[in-house]
Design a binder for this molecule. Structure first.
Ligand code: LHQ
Length: 262
């Protein structure tokens, strides 16, 4: 991987940062970027040294959605294009067995907005913006936006944001629940790394199962969620992390979920 790669990957202290790297186009996505990002996520999943993945953008943008200079003359239908590139990416994020943080450093528009929403945790820089911009070019929100947004802000607010392609700034995003934290632009990279390192200290197996349970629960009944919790709790309870947590509690010390191994 070189500095010219469309995705840059760097792992430090258990945190793998994947950076969309087409800054001249605000990291607008072409097929190469989308397929490489999906492959890098899978690599990070397989890498035992990685405990948390961060997605962010190079330069002043996070992701401006589909590269509009790359769509004319394409031999795929819209449906084929989504099924080939965007949809596998969003599915990979949501099923990855490690937490994924969307670190939204700048504008996130169209499918880039979907990518910003897809993370398990969303951290924004103060100057970040989210625009469900699809209707400006008379398209339907895709890459998961129709699923993520109404669950966060309700049906009608989602519809309004989509219909008018409203710009949502960071303070509004925080109020609406589109992000968990907003950090100053100047310290954003360091603040995201510090947050991700803190998350990397948490019990990896328990977080993997928590992610699985939450993803199932958002589309299940209470009965199904209770059954799922009972199954996954057994898996968590049989893991060494649980032993370490209980032992640490009894010994009145902080648990070590990283150093202790099976
Ligand atoms: C871009 C882009 C871009 C190329 C900025 N493409 N160059 C669609 C189709 C097919 C299947 C799959 O799904 C989709 C889903 C989608 O994502 S549809 C939505 C596509 N995205 C857009 O419509 C966003 C277009 N961009 C914008 O409206 C603006 O650039 C935003 C509001 C994002 C940012 O505005 P500014 O901060 O004023 O930046 P800018 O417009 O000056 O952009 C900077 C450069 O980036 C500029 O190039 P230039 O050579 O003039 O400096 C833009 O042309 C380029 N760029 N977005 N999507």
């Amino acid at each position: 991987m070189t500095q010219d790669s469309v995705i840059l990957s760097q792992t430090r202290a258990g945190v793998c940062t994947l950076t969309l790297n087409r800054p001249d186009k605000l990291n607008a996505a072409n097929d190469e970027l989308l397929l490489t990002l999906t492959a890098e996520l899978k690599k990070a999943e397989a890498d035992q040294t990685v405990r948390v993945v961060v997605l962010t953008g190079a330069g002043r943008g996070f992701c401006a959605g589909q590269d509009l200079s790359d769509v004319s003359g394409r031999d795929m239908t819209f449906t084929e294009h989504l099924n080939h590139t965007y949809n596998p990416l969003i599915r990979t994020i949501r099923t990855l067995d490690k937490p994924v943080i969307s670190a939204v450093n700048g504008v996130a528009a169209g499918a880039g907005a979907s990518l910003a929403l897809a993370g398990d945790i969303r951290l924004w820089a103060q100057s970040a913006r989210l625009i469900e911009i699809f209707s400006n070019i008379a398209l339907v929100p895709d890459s998961g936006s129709t699923w993520f947004l109404p669950r966060l802000v309700g049906y009608s607010r989602a519809f309004e944001l989509m219909a008018f392609a409203e710009r949502v700034d960071a303070d509004t995003a925080l109020k609406l629940g589109l992000c968990e934290h907003v950090f100053a632009d100047e310290s954003f990279v360091d603040d995201v790394q510090a947050y991700a390192e803190r998350l990397a200290q948490r019990p990896a197996n328990a977080l993997k199962l928590t992610k699985q349970a939450l993803n199932a629960a958002v589309t299940s009944t209470l009965d199904e969620a209770l059954d799922q919790e009972a199954v996954l709790q057994q898996v968590a309870g049989d893991h060494w992390e649980h032993q370490e947590g209980v032992t640490a509690f009894k010994e009145k010390r902080a648990p070590d979920f990283v150093r202790v191994q099976d």
